[in-house]
Design a protein around this ligand. Structure first.
Ligand code: PLP
Length: 396
């Protein structure tokens, strides 16, 4: 079991020649847009059978052929991935859907799906000789970077908005990371991290400014296909900030067809981006039929992972929504918090507000008739509730 990674390609197809994955490469040097990893899927398809997965370790690294290589040290792993896909029968009955599933990403190390992306990114950073890794974050990415850097024996520098909830700061400190709090939003944190880091030679793992967090997150789609007996759901509802997850999972759909594991030409899942009413640049751009999203002014939401006013991969998110026949929905913070309680009480699942947002969006799409009661739907609970307990202090 070895990686079949072959090159890095410009996601904007600007015409730049493919980049060598054995060298540090963050963005396309011709146009400044994100890079996406390419694999020799034809070679992998010849020797790799999906049934082999059953015998492999139950982490995302059982998909090593379609993940980057770790070199001599192997993957930097804490057991991320292969999270439960829960058939949510009680919640399904409440919304009028027999086949409702929740992909429970709170089961990951550091309590969110950011573990997948950072496990992949830190694995590559270590292989390519990085010593200090930096990230701007709304919270969960910082926790995951801190944990995986500690695991790899590397230094972590994280930059978060000053108003970030304290559990995110404490957990970074627990893993020995150096924390800087920044006035403003994640985009401001990103600017300051880049300014300081460039001079220091830090290895930056900002969302989509580094090619491998997408690779880690795409494994969610491989797992959903496998957990549903190698069938796609009709819908995947995903809380979208920087877009790594949705971009990665749409990429995975094509890879699974190239591997011959999922039938080419059969309908793929329709992708739904959920954002907060107080920060919904992708929803606005989707409705306007635009290819890129204008930055959102005055971004406000308690769902920290969704407080991303501008995403460098906006065009990739919008493309995934349109190509899949999906849509984009904005929901209120109050409804998200009510949905956290509803998911918890109905299914025993600890949901972050971002996870709650997917249930709110599902209800809206059922009401509109976009989703039919006979459809099979997967909600992504991208993180657990414990770092957001302040939101639950008020009586319901
Ligand atoms: C980061 C984050 C998101 C947004 O994820 P993207 O893949 O960057 O769009 C959603 N939910 C939670 C809990 C997050 O931490």
């Amino acid at each position: 079991m070895t990686s079949t990674l072959s090159s890095l390609a410009c996601a904007a197809s600007c015409g730049a020649a493919p980049f060598d994955p054995d060298r540090v490469q963050h963005l396309c040097t011709t146009c400044g847009m994100p890079l996406l990893a390419q694999y020799d899927l034809a070679a992998a398809a010849r020797t790799w059978d999906r049934s082999s997965l059953l015998e492999r370790p139950r982490t995302m690294w059982r998909l090593q052929e379609v993940l980057p290589p770790g070199g001599d040290g192997g993957p930097v792993s804490l057991g991320e991935g292969w999270t439960p896909l829960v058939h949510a029968r009680r919640l399904g009955a409440a919304v009028g859907l027999d086949r409702l599933y929740i992909k429970d990403e709170s089961a990951n190390p550091t309590n969110s799906f950011k573990a997948r992306g950072l496990s992949a990114a830190v694995t590559v950073a270590r292989r390519l000789g990085a010593e200090t890794i930096s990230v701007p974050s709304a919270g969960n990415a910082a926790n995951a970077l801190a944990a995986y850097s500690a695991r790899a024996g590397l230094a972590a520098r994280v930059f978060m908005p000053r108003d970030v909830k304290s559990p995110f700061v404490r957990e970074c400190e627990l893993y020995g990371a150096d924390v800087t709090l920044v006035d403003g939003l994640i985009t401001d944190a990103g600017r300051i991290a880049a300014e300081i880091g460039a001079a220091q030679g830090w290895y930056d793992v900002s969302t989509l400014k580094e090619p491998y967090r997408v690779e880690g997150k795409k494994t969610m789609a491989y797992e959903v296909a496998e957990q549903l007996g190698w069938e796609w759901p009709d819908w995947m509802i995903y809380p979208t900030g920087g877009g790594t997850g949705i971009v990665g999972m749409w990429k995975a759909c094509a890879e699974l067809e190239a591997l011959g594991w999922m039938p080419a030409g059969a309908p793929r899942p329709r992708m739904v981006s959920v954002q907060a009413e107080g920060c919904a640049p992708i929803v606005r751009a989707f409705r306007a039929g635009a290819d890129r999203a204008e930055p959102w002014e005055g971004a406000r939401t308690d769902a920290d992972g969704l407080r991303v006013p501008r995403a460098i991969g906006d065009f990739l998110i919008l493309r995934a929504l349109r190509e899949s026949g999906g849509t984009a929905v904005a929901v209120s913070d109050d409804a998200m918090v009510a949905a956290m309680r509803e998911i918890g009480a109905a299914e025993g699942i600890s949901a972050a507000p971002e996870g709650g947002a997917t249930l709110v969006a599902l209800r809206a799409l059922l009401t509109r008739g976009t989703i039919a009661p006979s459809d099979r739907v997967v909600l992504f609970n991208t993180g657990g509730a414990l770092k957001y307990l302040d939101l639950l202090d008020a009586p319901s």
